[in-house]
Design a protein around this ligand. Structure first.
Ligand code: G5P
Ligand code: MG
Length: 227
């Protein structure tokens, strides 16, 4: 009997590097469950849960949520993902978070989107999101079919409060100081795969080719079964 491959992956990269965009392409092609720490926090903020209220005070200042709170929140979600293939987006973001994750489960691969900061700043001011699904649009790169409206649900799109230029600058500083060391942490473990560029459409084929060495592309299987 064929053994089903199991992949526990993380996608990393600075704010606005395209983690959400690439993740949505990954889940269309590979049988992976996507868990985004930012989407989870925004959902809590929208529902005004205790975590959401605390998170908002940090996110609005472009700061990271404290490690103990973030780790508790994400690890309880990670436990629910077992035994599926999964992709974590936005967690871990500090070395203590990476260590806490490693104490819970083994990570097989880390995809790093290496996009220059100048490219990112431009992108975030043109971003619109559909909060409940996490779908991401960009007025230039991937506009919705109708301005201000989600393609799937027809619900209104919003801009993120933390996409203001001054908050973006703070987020990039937090990335530099607290998240870059996580790349070194995974580099030392030999599981870091970096993809550099300024355009998602050029980075994506490389990520796709890399993941195909680990998992079957289920979209191709589906297409073949319909022929
Ligand atoms: P998030 O939500 O994890 P970030 O800052 O890591 O936020 P973000 O902003 O969600 O990352 P992304 O997912 O990397 O960015 O990028 P994206 O949304 O796919 O793309 C950005 C924009 O560019 C979109 O409009 C997209 O359409 C467009 N785009 C993509 N590709 C291209 C292209 O090729 N060309 C062009 N022109 N456009 C393109 O975290 C938010 C906050 O939550 C807290 C922190 O406070 C954080 O700041 N948080 C945590 N705190 C502590 N620990 C953790 N683990 C935390 N996780 C979240
Ligand atoms: Mg994102």
């Amino acid at each position: 009997m064929a053994v089903r491959p199991l992949l526990r992956a993380v996608i990393m990269g600075p704010p606005g590097s395209g983690k959400g965009t690439v993740s949505s392409r990954i889940v269309k092609h590979f049988a992976l469950k996507h868990l985004s720490s930012g989407d989870l926090l925004r959902d809590n903020m929208q529902r005004r849960t205790e975590i959401g209220v605390i998170a908002k005070t940090y996110i609005d200042q472009g700061k990271l949520i404290p490690d103990d709170l973030m780790t508790r929140l994400m690890l309880s979600e990670v436990q629910k993902l077992h035994p599926y293939n999964w992709l974590l987006d936005g967690f871990p973001r500090t070395v203590p978070q990476a260590e806490a994750l490693e104490n819970t489960c083994q990570i097989d691969t880390v995809i790093n989107l290496d996009v220059p900061f100048e490219t990112i700043k431009q992108r975030l001011t043109a971003r619109w999101i559909h909060p409940s699904s996490g779908r991401v649009y960009n007025l230039e790169f991937s506009p919705p079919k109708n301005a201000g409206i989600d393609d799937i649900t027809g619900e209104p799109l919003v801009q993120r409060d933390d996409d203001k230029p001054e908050t973006v600058t703070k987020r990039l500083k937090a990335y530099e100081a607290q998240t870059k060391p996580v790349l070194e942490y995974y580099q030392k473990k030999g599981i870091l795969e970096s993809f550099s560029g300024t355009e998602t459409n050029k980075i994506w084929p490389q990520v796709h080719a890399f993941l195909q060495t680990k998992l079957p592309d289920v979209s191709q299987q589906e297409a073949a079964s319909q022929r």
